[in-house]
Design a binder for this molecule. Structure first.
Ligand SMILES: [Cu+2]
Length: 430
């Protein structure tokens, strides 16, 4: 109990960080909105957000951003710009909404939580974003937020979805355990980008099908929920280690040269560097379950009871002061894995590091009004992790992915699932 109180103190002291400026990240925001998981919204919050989304459809924002996303697609995916460009796109969309309601924010969908049976996620309910398209009527989505909308780009049409699992189901995708493993084992930006882009990023697009597997994916509100979540995970990774905060690299496909922080983001008068740190420049938003490195610093008053003089932030992280969310339960389960498995996939657990940014075991808020929206509570008998699949060739081709790179990333994810299954691990997220 004491631990969780401290944690709240840490969260509410987000504004304490200050040395980011010293890294040249620019102007601090005077005000931030906090992006919440869509199931953590109260019905009132969702209804306010929904009314802004309706306006963003009417005023052409969906069309504008989808045009941009389509035109910049070849240099905004399959390369370094993936994360900063989509951070900028989601923020652009959010700012357009704030014209109507200054409290507007883009919710995120923690899709990994629904890994075993995504189509049964509460987000697909009629009162949120609606479900699968209707195969009898051109795969148009006939319920939820966008059922009455005509998407303008490229030519007027209904929003389409074609869930990829048959029978209105979506194929299982990547678990919170695997996302956590990516957070713990990606040594640099390029590794993190590939590990995410070829797994959960693609799997969610493919699961929706329809619009979401085209370059016009941003016509589907699911795009924004999903990309806000990917952005949250990037921000987690950035804040899991001081070296990650400004880490950037790989290719810049716009000029076929090594990516640099001052590269322009496709379609925007903005460089990558300007979007790296949330809370600065235009990036006036945050995520409640990411603890900024700066607030984990040993000179943060919230940690004063625990700091030992001169402790580095990583020492503070290791000292056990940043609690535990559901980490203790879950990581106790994981701790029973073989040492070699831990070393390979969960080095933070093996080393006793409890930085919450190294885990995607969303500990959520206490407000969970929409949480009980599961369409059915199917209890599966086997709690095995699903074995990932390669994305179809059409998807690989559309993104111009190197198939061998995708194979290698998906291969690692497959090895992960097999190992945990072999060792008798059962996911508590079922
Ligand atoms: Cu995209």
């Amino acid at each position: 109990m004491k631990i969780s109180i401290l944690y709240n103190v840490v969260l509410s002291s987000l504004t304490i960080f200050s040395s980011v400026n010293a890294q040249g990240s620019g102007q601090k925001c005077s005000r931030l909105v906090e992006r919440k998981e869509i199931r953590d919204l109260s019905p009132q919050e969702w209804s306010q957000i929904r009314s802004v989304l309706n306006k963003l459809q009417q005023d052409g924002t969906f069309e504008r951003i989808t045009t941009l996303h389509t035109e910049q697609f070849p240099i905004g995916h399959n390369c370094a710009t993936l994360f900063p460009l989509h951070r900028q796109i989601v923020r652009d969309f959010e700012k357009a909404g704030q014209v109507y309601d200054s409290n507007f924010f883009v919710p995120y969908w923690d899709a990994a939580r629904d890994f075993q049976d995504p189509a049964n996620s509460g987000i697909f309910n009629n009162n949120l974003i609606g479900g699968n398209g209707n195969p009898m009527s051109d795969n148009c989505v006939t319920d939820g937020l966008q059922s009455k909308w005509s998407m303008a780009y490229t030519t007027p049409h209904c929003l389409r979805r074609v869930f990829n699992g048959g029978n209105n189901s979506i194929k299982p995708w990547y678990s919170p355990e695997y996302i956590s493993s990516i957070l713990q084992t990606s040594a640099d930006y390029e590794k993190f980008r590939e590990a995410m882009e070829f797994t959960i990023h693609g799997a969610v697009h493919l699961g929706f099908g329809g619009e979401m597997i085209t370059m016009q994916s941003s016509n589907d509100i699911g795009f924004y929920l999903h990309h806000a979540n990917l952005d949250r995970l990037w921000w987690k990774w950035q804040n899991s280690n001081p070296n990650n905060l400004m880490s950037y690299g790989g290719n810049n496909l716009a000029n076929n040269s090594p990516a640099k922080l001052d590269d322009k983001l496709p379609g925007y008068n903005q460089n990558a560097k300007n979007v790296m740190i949330l809370g600065y420049n235009d990036m006036c938003f945050n995520y409640g379950d990411v603890v900024p490195l700066e607030s984990l610093r040993s000179d943060n008053p919230a940690l004063s009871n625990f700091r030992s003089s001169g402790a580095s932030s990583s020492q503070v992280l290791k000292s056990g002061t940043i609690p535990n969310f559901r980490l203790s339960t879950i990581s106790n389960k994981l701790r029973t894995l073989n040492n070699s498995t831990l070393e390979k996939f969960f080095p933070a657990i093996k080393n006793g590091e409890i930085n919450p940014n190294l885990f995607d075991f969303n500990f959520g808020s206490t407000v969970a009004n929409l949480k009980n929206l599961k369409r059915s509570s199917q209890k599966k008998e086997k709690k095995k992790l699903p074995l990932p699949e390669m994305p179809p060739d059409s998807f690989i081709k559309m993104h111009n992915y190197n198939k061998n790179r995708v194979k290698s990333v998906v291969g690692r994810a497959t090895e992960f699932a097999k190992k945990l299954n072999e060792e008798g691990y059962e996911s508590p997220f079922w």
